[in-house]
Design a protein around this ligand. Structure first.
Ligand SMILES: NC(=O)C1=CN([C@@H]2O[C@H](COP(=O)(O)OP(=O)(O)OC[C@H]3O[C@@H](n4cnc5c(N)ncnc54)[C@H](O)[C@@H]3O)[C@@H](O)[C@H]2O)C=CC1
Ligand SMILES: O=c1[nH]c(=O)c2[nH+]cn([C@@H]3O[C@H](COP(=O)(O)O)[C@@H](O)[C@H]3O)c2[nH]1
Ligand SMILES: [K+]
Length: 502
């Protein structure tokens, strides 16, 4: 490693800045521009999530019940990133969420309900949240597809006493489960059909309609390769806790095709987590395990010694987090990412900068300070792919977003795990809130990536590896921004303005 300094000294090295006794976060610091000798489009952001899991795009969706379920997992994988499915549901449900995301190769999911042709549907409950009822000979997903009923067709059906077999539409043309958008489009064109049925090994996976194909084709064209395993399925991660029953949960998840497990805790340096890391490494040697959360070198070192393949960094930095207020523990996220990355790098363990990302500049900072990926909750929670429906709040279209340590989330499912079975006093470490409608991640993630590439170009980093090299060779220069400098760095002095990023 070359530790020579650049010819003209200006600004500070990260090493100097982060050892002054201050806890800094992304907004506190600013990078000095360097030298550009490549195009922004040429910046390569490919990375690793863990020791053995490469990603084309350094973005990870948080294991939270208002962020990561099937639709988010399929979308993030199709973009070249990944999602970690939350564990605030029974193990079988979490495994089913995982399976659903991995059962197709397009970020289109309708989560269809099934019925036999003899079924009589008197209430729209039979559709669940799906726009379709798929009619098979068995009435389940395993069987021969005989036809389908769109929710609107059912609504328009005046005689609700009829059997669905009497008014269903004919079965759409089949397509293999792993057909991509082009292939699906081709089948629709050649068959002059408005829908195709994805099928796999005698099982009906889903119904894909033309409007959905057109919607997705209208987003920026994906250039990064999707996150796909050797079996051709999207890669998906999942969170588990560190209690005895989490071992059984993990077994369900592994059977469902889990690609990476996250041990989900706010303070990962615990006897419980070290034991769980040992257990996972012993029982599932092929499965990469991400430990955390950590914010110090000591915490990180203990988990690295235990054998983790990735580290999740951040304590109290999340937008919904109240941990620092409630427990007086945590660290400014920029300082945490820099310090943990410093030690993790020596063992070849990639770092995930988790929480506190609210714009593309924060992503540039996290990655340039040593992280290999960023994990995001609030940044993704307002998307179409996040669980839950949009509602209107003060005239704004929003989606619910809540901390996994909020009273509401704890009461919903993680209660025993979060508080201990005998705990009587509930202390929340998170809040329930709402975030603005951001449209599809398939639309705004490509723009975000381009903004990150432009930041990398400014600091002279043509790849993530080169950003890390600049950090370690002390060529990356930064400074702390004063309060006034932060104001200056934002929009200021205008009577009114509209902020649009793309
Ligand atoms: N990143 C952050 O800053 C924070 C994140 N969160 C999120 O909230 C959720 C819950 O986090 P935590 O409360 O840290 O969950 P946790 O499950 O790690 O800890 C909850 C409590 O259970 C105890 N515990 C864990 N395993 C045990 C075992 N085997 N035997 C006995 N006791 C055991 C822990 O020591 C702790 O007191 C997670 O989704 C986490 O990501 C919560 C707070 C902060
Ligand atoms: O203190 C906390 N109380 C909570 O209830 C909570 N829920 C999630 N998390 C963590 O926040 C991260 C997401 O943060 P952002 O919304 O800023 O992306 C997530 O990835 C988690 O690390 C919590 N932290
Ligand atoms: K916070």
């Amino acid at each position: 490693m070359d530790f020579t300094t650049p010819p003209i000294e200006d600004g500070f090295t990260a090493e100097k800045l982060f050892t002054q006794g201050f806890s800094y976060t992304y907004d506190d610091v600013i990078f000095l521009p360097h030298y550009i000798d490549f195009a922004a489009d040429a910046v390569d952001l490919s990375t690793r999530l863990t020791r053995r899991l490469p990603l084309a795009v350094p973005f990870v969706a948080s294991p939270m019940d208002t962020v990561s379920e099937s639709a988010m997992a399929a979308a993030m994988a199709s973009l070249g990133g990944i999602a970690v499915v939350h564990s605030n549901v029974p193990a079988a449900v979490q495994a089913a969420i995982l399976r659903r995301a991995k059962s197709r190769r397009v970020p289109i999911l309708s989560d269809p309900a099934f019925a036999a042709p003899s079924a009589v549907v008197e209430h729209d409950d039979a559709f669940g949240a799906s726009p379709f009822l798929l009619v098979t000979d068995t009435g389940t997903s395993v069987g021969k597809l005989l036809g389908y009923v769109a929710r609107s067709d059912w609504t328009n059906q005046t005689d609700k006493g009829l059997r669905v077999g009497d008014y269903m539409a004919p079965p759409p043309k089949p397509a293999p489960w792993n057909a991509d958008l082009n292939k699906i489009n081709e089948i629709m064109e050649s068959e002059k059909s408005g829908a195709v049925a994805l099928e796999r090994d005698g099982e009906v996976v889903d119904l894909v309609v033309r409007e959905e194909v057109e919607r997705v084709r209208g987003y920026p064209k994906l250039v990064a390769p999707a996150t796909v395993g050797a079996d051709g399925e999207f890669m998906v991660g999942a969170a588990v806790g560190t209690r005895e029953d989490d071992k059984e949960r993990l077994e369900h998840l592994v059977k469902a095709g889990l690609n990476v497990v996250v041990l989900d805790s706010s303070q990962g340096n615990s006897i419980y987590q070290l034991e769980m890391v040992n257990y996972v490494k012993r029982v599932y040697p092929e499965l990469d395990v991400i430990g955390g959360n950590v914010v110090t070198m000591y915490q990180a070192e203990n988990l690295i010694q235990a054998g983790v393949d990735g580290l999740r960094v951040g304590m109290g930095s999340g937008s919904i987090c109240t941990t620092q207020e409630v427990c007086a523990v945590g660290r400014g996220q920029a300082t945490a990412v820099y310090n943990v990355s410093l030690i993790a790098y020596k063992s070849g363990v990639p770092v995930i900068a988790d929480g506190g990302i609210s714009n593309s500049g924060h992503i540039v900072k996290a990655l340039s300070l040593g992280a290999s990926t960023v994990m995001m909750g609030s940044f993704l929670a307002g998307s179409l792919e996040a669980p839950g429906a949009y509602v209107y709040q003060n005239g704004q279209r929003v989606k619910k977003y809540r901390g996994m340590g909020s009273l509401e989330a704890m009461t919903k499912g993680s209660d025993a795990r979060y508080l201990g079975d005998t705990a009587k006093l509930k202390i929340a470490q998170g809040v329930v809130g709402a975030v603005k409608d951001k449209g599809s991640v398939l639309n705004f993630i490509p723009y975000t990536l381009q903004a990150v590439r432009q930041g990398f170009q400014d600091i002279g980093a043509s790849s993530l590896q080169s950003a890390h090299d600049l950090l370690r060779s002390r060529e990356l220069r930064l400074e702390v921004r004063s309060g006034a400098a932060q104001v200056e760095g934002g929009v200021h002095g205008l009577v009114s303005y509209e902020k649009k990023y793309f």
